[in-house]
Ligand binder design. Structure first.
Ligand SMILES: Nc1ccn([C@@H]2O[C@H](COP(=O)(O)OP(=O)(O)OP(=O)(O)O)[C@@H](O)[C@H]2O)c(=O)n1
Ligand SMILES: C[C@](O)(CO)[C@H](O)COP(=O)(O)O
Length: 221
């Protein structure tokens, strides 16, 4: 399957609590977002990479751009950034990926490519409680049915473009792209079981964890 990849790097890293965009933090001397750029660049099925950044940070991305790696300006919310990037998609399929998730691998890309309209996800490990606003537990949700959504999320381009347009027109804000197809699409989205290594660097302890994961990967080859 030939596809275009969207790499999202236009966030602000509020939860990281630092004064800069977290995707520029280094893991083993390489910026977090560059791990994904390198992987998609090495996949011969990837036709184009759309790197989404803040307008004021565009200069930092210039050295990564080429004929097949283009820049799109991000929006206020993650969903706005994806919608802007989708305007540049030309392939029949698209993978949408958080630049803040550095540890995806070729095996996972290959699994997604075999199953269009699928996302990486992992089974939740904790016991999940649904809690009322007063702090009282309402119920325990059966864990066997629960998965944590990751990226990449791989879709037929026309389906996800339509879902984003519908979401925009209906003021629907989802926390991932699959949720827009769940709401407005006419197909089911499936999961491909991913890896617990595919963390999203979100809070300060995640960067420590990411450095440990990288160290272990380097040691294990
Ligand atoms: N307007 C936005 C918001 C987020 N992202 C990207 O979407 C991914 C997941 O978002 P998140 O972890 O929430 O990133 P931040 O917005 O940077 O973090 P925070 O919510 O803590 O501010 C990241 O790769 C981030 O760069 C984006 O491209 N555009
Ligand atoms: C898309 C995502 O990575 C799925 O886990 C995630 O939802 C994006 O950001 P969030 O702001 O941390 O929800």
């Amino acid at each position: 399957m030939k596809y275009d990849a969207i790499i999202l790097a236009a966030g602000s890293g509020r939860r990281m609590g630092i004064n800069k965009n977290k995707i520029f933090l280094s893991i083993d001397d390489k910026p977090i977002f560059q791990y994904s750029v390198d992987l998609f660049k090495a996949d011969s099925d990837c036709q184009k990479i759309i790197l989404v950044g803040k307008k004021e940070e565009q200069g930092i991305f210039t050295s990564y751009l080429s004929e097949n790696i283009v820049f799109a300006v991000g929006g206020q919310e993650r969903q706005d950034s994806v919608r802007n990037a989708l305007k540049l998609v030309e392939s029949d399929y698209v993978m949408i990926h958080d630049g803040a998730r550095p540890f995806i691998n070729q095996r996972e890309l290959n699994c997604l490519k075999k199953k269009p309209n699928s996302i990486l996800a992992v089974p939740v490990k904790d016991t999940i409680k649904q809690v009322e606003s007063d702090g009282k537990i309402k119920q325990t949700i059966p864990r066997e049915t629960l998965f944590s959504a990751q990226t990449p999320q791989c879709f037929q381009s026309d389906l996800i473009i339509n879902a984003h347009m519908e979401a925009f027109e209906n003021n629907f804000l989802g926390t991932d792209d699959a949720s827009l197809i769940e709401e407005f699409g006419e197909v089911s989205v499936s999961i491909v079981e991913g890896s617990y290594n595919n963390i999203k660097v979100t809070t300060p302890e995640d960067i420590l964890m990411a450095r440990l994961i990288k160290e272990r990967m380097s040691t294990n080859g």
